[in-house]
Design a protein around this ligand. Sequence first.
Ligand code: RP5
Length: 170
Amino acid sequence: MKIGIIIGSDSDLPVIVECTEVLEKFGLEYELRILSAHRTPNEVAKWAEEAEERGVAVIIAAAGLAAALPGVVAAHTDLPVIGLPLASGPLVGLDALYSIVQMPPGVPVATVGINNARNAAYLALRILGVANPEHRLMVRNHRAEQTEKVLIKDSLLQEKGVKRYMEGKK
Ligand code: RP5
């Protein structure tokens, strides 16, 4: 079982790396392809149609500008699709966000925040967790880790006061 990641351009790689880093941290297998809904429409359709056969369980589709990619992928597969809008171009991702989030009823794409590649990975992990207790445990541990980090910061703040805390961060 793996995660299928598809990006519209190699210019999207610097952001998607934040997603693959999270997946690697959890030891999750993934495939990563550069295929564009507008520039390589046939290849996108084939990739999405065959994803399930290749063992893909969840798809992360990332694109900027008039980001048709996640929606087109969702139209060609029964798998859950997470759409990641990217901040490329003069509208800095708002165009991609609206394109991805405003899917017509019946063709859902679960949209995460603009450039929030890490949330795409965490959401994929949670989807895998529905059927797999091991993945659910990873989610639980990750949440506990985050909690711990904030509480450590808070006790340090209480101990040092705001000025010394800020100085320590420099
Ligand atoms: C989208 O257009 C891509 O996902 C990328 O974010 C944007 C610009 O693509 P390039 O012109 O850099 O290839 O399809």
